[in-house]
Write a protein that binds this ligand. Structure first.
Ligand SMILES: [Zn+2]
Ligand SMILES: [Zn+2]
Length: 263
């Protein structure tokens, strides 16, 4: 399988995951032309995308999905509540491209099985996804206020995990966000801090396999890439997790494709 974070962060998210003959996007939260450009930059033909799976209706996850679906006739998958909430924001979608899936379900797109799970976030039906093909697993879990047992259960055996490392708690507390927004981000249905991300990784460490961990959905205002990386790196090391052998950490860029990984 192949993984590439096209964009990741509070300004827009889109993740490309593929097998030999299936190509999936998780979210399309930038203008259609930005997603087009990112796919071409990694030598992928946008017209060959088989499906787009949406995690939740916040604009940083859906901004370009209508444009991309109309331009290349690509089906969009998400749960009914999310559909109802995002449909007024994304323009007209062809009937045959509106695909409603259940939460906690498995959807087969050619040779990839896409498993959906609940995430604790302030949206109408937020979900994360694990993509499974020929014994390999890739998970995407961002926009979650807490690392729940359900998220843990779904992502723990994955070969590649994109996990949220949204903010530094001190930067957020003393930063420019208005108080209600600070409370929202810090709440159990907000976003995962760098420390919480690291603790989640400690929680799922399994020395029997090497995992590639991509830290994603970094805040532009309340985090620095170096700080996110160093915080996670230090906590893993304190817990005797080898960052060469057990968990190889990298960062997903906010504004360009990164972390092209093949397993
Ligand atoms: Zn969100
Ligand atoms: Zn988001």
């Amino acid at each position: 399988m192949k993984f590439c974070s096209l964009y990741s962060g509070s300004s827009g998210n889109s993740i490309f995951i593929a097998s030999d003959n299936t190509r999936i996007l998780i979210d399309a939260g930038l203008p259609g032309k930005s997603i087009d450009a990112a796919l071409k930059e990694i030598n992928e033909d946008p017209s060959k995308i088989d499906a787009i799976f949406i995690t939740h209706e916040h604009s940083d996850h859906i901004k370009g999905v209508g444009v991309i679906s109309r331009k290349y006739d690509i089906p969009i998958y998400t749960n009914e509540a999310t559909w109802n909430s995002m449909l007024p924001c994304i323009g007209k979608i062809k009937e045959h491209n509106i695909k409603i899936i259940e939460k906690r379900s498995v959807t087969a797109i050619k040779d990839i099985d896409i498993i959906s799970f609940n995430t604790p976030h302030d949206a109408v039906g937020p979900m994360g996804y694990t993509l499974h093909s020929k014994g390999k697993r890739i998970s995407v879990a961002t926009d979650l206020g807490t690392f729940t047992e359900e998220v843990k259960y779904n992502i723990k055996d994955s070969d590649i995990i994109l996990l949220e490392s949204n903010h530094d708690v001190q930067m957020l507390k003393y930063g420019p966000y208005p108080y209600p927004l600070k409370r929202r981000v810090l709440s159990e249905i907000g976003h995962l801090s760098n420390e919480a991300c690291a603790e989640a990784l400690v929680n799922i460490n399994d020395e029997s396999k090497v995992r590639r961990i991509i830290l994603g959905h970094l805040s532009n205002t309340n985090n620095y890439p170096e700080l996110a990386y160093q915080t996670v790196f230090n906590i893993l090391n304190e817990n005797k997790i080898n960052t060469d052998k057990d968990m190889i950490i990298s960062l997903a860029d906010r504004g360009k494709p990164s972390s092209y990984i093949e397993i």
